[in-house]
Design a protein around this ligand. Structure first.
Ligand code: GDP
Length: 149
């Protein structure tokens, strides 16, 4: 399973702006299969835990506030080389630096409200997938349950 899965979130502003469908189309057209998906509002404690790695950064409080400001989509994406390929499809953290055709170039407003999240390593993908989904809710593209994460 290693290397084949990543976790994305469609962030609150992109959900509010009705861009869920547009972003999922870019994901599918980029060769990714959606193998699990849900809509939820993160609690303060969940957002703090998810972004704990950034807790010393000056923007941590603002980021937690933003990520709890409305519903998000969390989804598991399947593809060979999923983590790196999805980082490419997302584009740079700051949309001003993102390449043409990337999700962030098209749907992000600024460095914080940047439309989507994507895991940055296989290890974090595993942790982030486990954060949102029970293993018995994960399906491979062949319709088989993912047995191990
Ligand atoms: P990513 O992996 O490209 O999402 O970037 P990071 O892991 O560095 O940052 C996590 C998230 O924190 C980003 O996606 C942004 O939503 C937010 N963020 C990153 N840098 C900044 C910043 O300088 N200011 C603010 N307000 N938010 C930031």
């Amino acid at each position: 399973m290693k290397g084949n899965y990543t976790l994305t979130m469609i962030k609150p502003q992109a959900v509010k702006n009705q861009n869920i469908g547009n972003i999922l189309a870019l994901i599918n057209n980029g060769g990714f299969r959606i193998t699990a998906m849900k809509m939820l509002v993160l609690s303060n404690a969940q957002a703090k835990a998810f972004y704990a790695i950034h807790k010393e950064r000056p923007f941590y409080g603002e980021l937690v506030e933003f990520m709890t400001s409305g519903p998000i989509i969390a989804a598991v994406l399947e593809k060979d080389n999923a983590v790196l390929d999805y980082r490419k499809l997302m584009g740079a953290t700051n949309p001003a630096d993102a390449d043409e055709g990337t999700i962030r170039k098209q749907y992000a407003s600024n460095i914080q409200n940047n439309a989507v999240h994507g895991s940055d390593s296989d290890e974090n993908a595993k942790n982030e997938i486990n954060f949102f989904f029970a293993t018995n809710n994960l399906y491979t593209s062949c319709g088989e349950l993912v047995e191990e994460f």
